[in-house]
Write a protein that binds this ligand. Structure first.
Ligand code: NAG
Length: 219
């Protein structure tokens, strides 16, 4: 009897799981890069320039749009070539190369990036293909925008976005502008500017205002 109950429970859990998976896949299916291949190529080349400076001259990147993500590393004449379906896959493959061939690291806590071997270390002659284990790589939670990044300037954001690409993130949470939408809605409902201003939290507390566990701001 216990076994039957356990099997029934397990079946239910699996069914809920597959329903959720179906729902999530359906709602995320439009999530992909809409940026032209050549623009992605420029973006990832500029990322390399920011990350490894003039040594980026030893790396050639190219984007070959494809139905499923991939990136390959190959090496010829002291030049590393990275070909991938999109900029994030190329950046992720570059980070793989940096870690496992150059023994260098770019992290939240700091970088160990000086003295990259010259010439760059070769990869096996048949090339190396890097593929992400999962389709969507999500990053951030609802609070970080307030308690970590609220006062960041562009320099700091650019580094974070570079870090995301290097780690293959393709689905970062960005609910920037949430209040602008709410303001429109509240106005339609007849709220005054003064009411709305009183209701929204200050910049460092927007996350909690958005989650509905705080309104207003004492200053
Ligand atoms: C951005 O912020 C960092 C850290 O506060 C600071 O060192 C840097 O000078 C700032 N950059 C610009 C362009 O304001």
């Amino acid at each position: 009897m216990h076994l039957i109950k356990a099997v029934l429970l397990l079946t239910t859990v699996i069914e809920i799981g597959s329903f959720q998976k179906h729902y999530i896949e359906k709602s995320l299916s439009p999530v992909r890069s809409y940026t032209a291949g050549h623009e992605q190529e420029t973006a990832v080349a500029q990322l390399l320039q920011r990350v490894i400076g003039e040594r980026s001259q030893d790396v050639v990147v190219s984007i070959l749009p494809a139905a499923s993500e991939f990136a390959t590393l190959s090496y010829a004449g002291k030049t590393l070539k990275i070909t991938g379906s999109d900029a994030v896959s190329v950046a992720f493959a570059f980070n793989h190369y940096l870690k496992y061939y150059c023994r260098k690291q770019i992290s939240w806590a700091g970088d160990q990036i000086s003295d990259i071997p010259n010439p760059l270390p070769p990869v096996p002659a048949e090339g190396v293909t890097i593929k992400a284990g999962v389709k969507y790589r999500y990053y951030q939670n609802v609070c970080t925008v307030s308690y970590s990044s609220v006062w960041w300037n562009w320099t700091r954001w650019e580094r974070e976005i570079d870090w995301m690409a290097l780690n293959g993130i393709n689905l970062p949470l960005a609910f920037t502008g949430q209040e602008a939408i709410w303001e429109r809605v509240y106005k339609k409902l007849g709220c005054s500017d003064e009411d709305i201003k009183k209701h929204f939290a200050g910049p460092a507390f927007l996350a909690w205002g958005r989650m509905g566990n705080l309104h207003g701001w004492g200053g």
